[in-house]
Design a protein around this ligand. Structure first.
Ligand code: ADP
Ligand code: ZN
Length: 288
């Protein structure tokens, strides 16, 4: 049996699945994110009742992923009460099983690669566009590691002429998250994304900036596929516009055989993170 933990800002999901049927979750529990010590107690209770051989953890961040760091496994700089500098991985070690530790979006990227929209490929980029924008890069079937985890939602985006929207990122005036996240769309229009019709002009702008980001990811990582997920991407009409603007911005510099299968929607949707966690548990066990 394998376990996964997807720790988000509002809820923590614990799940188990059979090693030979990772996408079929057998049991799961949702814990409201609150006091970290109590949350960890609830997690340990779940996995005591449902013993597993390994666990994949995808956590909200920022987190320390540097194995050589003294604070490896910590949540670092979050404004979330009680979680700042919390040794999350250390607290989970009580379970005494091998644990794969990574970000929520890296776990989702791995899930899409193992069982979702990127499963035919070795190299992919996953981006989620929701309350925030973030993602992970898979190179040769592995999460691209770094001294720190990537933050591909905060890349700089060149403004379209005439767009003076101030953005919503507190750190950057012109980053992707500041321009296309759900809160950015809300700030720009005064209407929640879920309530904006598919014909609204805002989607054209969102598609253009997402296309720019896809060009940057293509040039930086040479993926076989770019998988887009998260709440905002439920606006399926965005995809043809993103692909068209992608061609325009790329301007034939780097070609792709088939754009329709290059920029695609997430297949695992909101299950990407937890299934990715299970896939990472399998990996840590040596099964894959
Ligand atoms: P989170 O990022 O919080 O984990 P989501 O990926 O669902 O969760 O993202 C939530 C954000 O996406 C909100 O800002 C919401 O307004 C926006 N959103 C959710 N569904 C849609 C939709 N169908 N169309 C446009 N925006 C949406
Ligand atoms: Zn930013």
């Amino acid at each position: 049996m394998l376990g996964a933990i997807e720790a988000g800002g509002t809820k923590i999901i614990c799940a188990i699945a059979d090693e030979n049927n990772v996408t079929e979750i057998i049991d799961e529990e949702i814990i409201e994110t609150g006091d970290p010590t109590r949350n960890v107690e609830a997690i340990i209770q779940f996995f005591t009742a449902h013993p597993v051989q390994a666990i994949g953890v995808g956590s909200f961040g920022p987190i320390d992923v540097d194995r050589h760091s003294e604070t490896y496994g910590y949540i670092t700089n979050t404004p979330k009460s009680g979680w700042k500098n919390f040794d999350f991985l250390g607290a989970l070690k009580k379970l005494a099983v091998p644990i794969y530790w990574t970000t929520d979006v890296n776990a989702a990227a791995f899930g899409e690669m193992a069982y979702g929209a990127a499963r035919q490929t070795k190299n992919s980029v996953y981006l989620t566009v929701g309350t925030g924008v973030g993602g992970g890069v898979i190179l040769n079937n592995e999460i691209l590691p770094g001294k720190k985890h990537l933050e591909i939602g905060h890349i700089s985006i060149a403004r379209r002429s005439g767009d003076s929207f101030e953005g919503v990122c507190p750190y950057h005036d012109d980053c992707l998250e500041g321009l296309v996240s759900g809160p950015a769309i809300y700030k720009r229009t005064g209407i929640k994304g879920t309530e904006i019709g598919p014909e609204d002009a805002v989607w054209d702008t969102v598609a253009y900036y997402l296309a720019e980001s896809c060009v940057n990811y293509a040039l930086s990582f040479a993926p076989e596929v770019i998988v887009l997920g998260g709440g905002v991407m439920h606006q399926k009409q965005l995809f043809p516009f993103i692909r068209n603007y992608y061609l325009q911005v790329m301007n034939e510099y780097m070609s792709v055989a088939d754009l329709e299968s290059f920029i695609v929607h997430s297949e695992l949707n909101n299950r990407a993170g937890i299934i990715g966690g299970l896939a990472l548990a399998k990996k840590v066990l040596g099964g894959e």
